[in-house]
Write a protein that binds this ligand. Sequence first.
Ligand SMILES: [Zn+2]
Length: 201
Amino acid sequence: MNRVEYPASLKELVAQLKRMPGIGPRSAERIALWMIGARNARPGEIVAAITAVTETVRPCRQCGFFTTEPLCEICTDEHRTSNMICVVEQATDILPLERTGAFRGLYHALGGRISPLDHVSPEDLRIDALLERVRKDQPAEVILALASDVEGEATANYIAGLLREFPVQVTRIAQGLPAGGGLEHADELTLSRALSGRVRL
Ligand SMILES: [Zn+2]
């Protein structure tokens, strides 16, 4: 007896949805069935949105943030200072920093961090492009806003070493206690970094 299955095109849609991050087999099936069954699903609009994004959104030539133009909204904003470049791992790190409203300089997304285990070496990252920017635009400060784990530290140290030949101040963002967090819940590494990163009042 033949096992009854979904039509091939539906199975293909489930297979494609399953490739997306965070979508497991069950979710993929639910989404696919919703698309063909729900009255308000409007799958055509989903297709159009996917097409528009993949055809028009690309990394900014300078900083790596998302844009539909050669240069992004941040890089072309005349009210921002080009005197400071904040280096982040991923373009997705830029928005959280922007939302703080605390930084009005420019950004540079590396596209990852040095990680021998994942076969990511310095040449795989936009480090040369950063050096070129520093050479050309001569910012006063480069702020390294990288993760505080081993690979983030290694990447920060590597970049700081390369920047030594330029007349630029290299800083890294402070690490310490989360807002609203008490000392009793902090781990030792966080506490020791909070102590060494203390500021004068
Ligand atoms: Zn940009």
